[in-house]
Design a protein around this ligand. Structure first.
Ligand SMILES: *[C@@H]1O[C@H](CO)[C@@H](O)[C@H](O)[C@H]1NC(C)=O
Ligand SMILES: *[C@@H]1O[C@H](CO)[C@@H](O)[C@H](O)[C@H]1NC(C)=O
Ligand SMILES: *[C@@H]1O[C@H](CO)[C@@H](O)[C@H](O)[C@H]1NC(C)=O
Ligand SMILES: *[C@@H]1O[C@H](CO)[C@@H](O)[C@H](O)[C@H]1NC(C)=O
Ligand SMILES: *[C@@H]1O[C@H](CO)[C@@H](O)[C@H](O)[C@H]1NC(C)=O
Ligand SMILES: *[C@@H]1O[C@H](CO)[C@@H](O)[C@H](O)[C@H]1NC(C)=O
Length: 383
């Protein structure tokens, strides 16, 4: 795009707004899609839409960002269901894929143990906003424990999500009323014991290695939502990020590092994983809380060198991607913007919050942190 075109687009930006969540179209011109595209392009996938499958009789997986839609960089799925009474997966490790958990609704139990001698099995009860970092070769599993639970998973590189097409009980229709999950009674644990030799081969091809019951049984001795190294805080003190991309860790909502950027209204940035904590050093994720745009402020602008995505958590964000219509995003909406494409964004209501993902070390967080100060609150100043 030529400079003059970008300028014209920036001047015209943020006038027409359409609600991503209510406008639901197959119009090629729209940034709003009804399924994650098979190729790299900017898109907004509204809350609870997109390709989805039944993982069990009462649990769903929705594919918001896929290897195809991110050109292989990363994947984002939402896992919804009710309290099950059993683990959603047999304890396992990946050898290549780095996985991130983010509790988005209800409560979930999370386990992570580095697969080395004498490592501690760290277990947490996660409530919305809680985060877990699971590097390759970390044995992990998870369980939904409230009637309306949602665990968000991020995988990088992308591709691992294909496993849920293989382990599918069939498609789940999200095109009309899109319930979070099938509202049916019961649901017995569909997972048997150890995988058969054939299943092991299939799973290894998908980068999943089941931990045998002889070597790993998830601990259940939670006290105040945590079990493991007693020196680690859980909702009772700071969580610091390790300087080691092979180390699993958990961060409780609002107990990690916080930074305040005041360039264009306020942004409170809370990194959950930086390039220092991830395999390959080329991914980052965290959350940003924004103040609403005042009449005398302008939208924030960015053109990032890596693919960027966000999942809305609170408030309302107006997003304008160069070449596309401007949209308003609400809780649950997902936006994906390929590298090099300029975009503008602002909040319309106080305390607008999203989770961000960057496929590289110089993403949105990196740009904002250059002009930020250490900050003690998940709240911005009131003036
Ligand atoms: C990725 O896109 C290709 C080309 O459109 C398609 O054939 C393939 O099925 C897609 N893969 C997945 C997992 O959707
Ligand atoms: C594991 O712990 C045991 C018991 O404390 C100790 O004897 C052993 O040296 C440890 N092994 C390693 C590899 O740290
Ligand atoms: C854990 O490490 C051991 C020793 O390298 C290996 O035999 C085992 O398969 C690993 N477990 C998983 C679940 O990857
Ligand atoms: C659990 O939390 C309560 C209330 O904050 C506290 O008094 C108690 O010491 C905690 N227990 C442990 C084992 O940390
Ligand atoms: C990130 O680094 C890994 C390991 O070097 C590499 O396989 C992957 O392609 C990189 N991803 C991106 C998006 O650059
Ligand atoms: C912008 O507007 C707000 C609210 O009307 C006001 O408090 C603030 O001083 C203004 N800032 C500037 C730089 O004019």
């Amino acid at each position: 795009m030529k400079t003059a075109q970008i300028l014209a687009w920036m001047l015209s930006g943020a006038i027409a707004t359409t609600a991503a969540s209510s406008k639901y179209t197959e119009d090629d011109e729209s940034i709003v899609v009804d399924v994650a595209p098979d190729f790299l392009r900017p898109y907004v996938l509204p809350k609870y839409r997109g390709h989805a499958i039944k993982l069990t009789q009462t649990q769903t997986i929705r594919f918001s960002i896929t290897a195809n839609s991110s050109d292989g960089a990363f994947a984002l799925i939402q896992h919804n269901g009710k309290n099950s009474g059993w683990l959603s997966s047999r304890p396992h490790a990946h050898h290549l894929v780095h996985e991130h958990f983010y509790c988005a609704r209800g409560r979930v139990q999370l386990w992570g143990q580095k697969n080395v001698t004498n490592a501690t099995d760290e277990a947490r009860v996660g409530t919305p906003g809680d985060y877990g970092n699971i590097p390759p070769d970390t044995i992990h599993t998870f369980q939904l424990i409230e009637p309306d639970s949602q665990l968000t998973h991020v995988f990088h590189p992308g591709g691992f999500e294909h496993l849920f097409d293989v382990y599918s009980l069939g498609g789940f229709d999200t095109s009309t009323i899109s319930s979070p999950y099938p509202a049916v009674p019961g649901d017995d644990n569909p997972l048997g014991g150890a995988p058969t030799p054939q299943e092991k081969v299939l799973l290894a091809g998908l980068d999943l290695y089941v931990a045998s019951e002889e070597t790993y049984i998830p601990r259940r001795d939670f006290v105040n939502g945590t079990a493991g190294d007693k020196s680690l805080n859980w909702h009772n003190g700071a969580n610091t990020l390790p300087n080691d991309p092979t180390e699993p860790y958990f961060v409780a909502k609002d107990y990690g590092s916080k930074y305040l950027n005041s360039e264009n209204g306020y942004k409170v940035i809370q990194p959950l994983a930086t390039p220092e904590q991830v395999t390959g050093g080329n991914f980052s994720m965290g959350t940003i809380i924004m103040s609403p745009k005042l009449h005398n402020q302008s939208s924030s602008t960015a053109t990032l060198p890596h693919h960027f995505a966000l999942q809305m958590e609170d408030g309302q964000l107006v997003l304008s991607v160069s070449g596309y219509d401007t949209v308003s995003l609400i809780q649950g909406d997902v936006a994906f913007i390929p590298s090099g494409i300029p975009f503008m964004y602002h909040a319309t209501v106080p305390f607008t919050k999203f989770m961000y993902m960057n496929a590289g070390a110089e993403g949105l967080d990196h740009q904002l942190l250059k002009n930020s100060v250490a900050w003690d609150f998940p709240a911005y100043p009131n003036a």
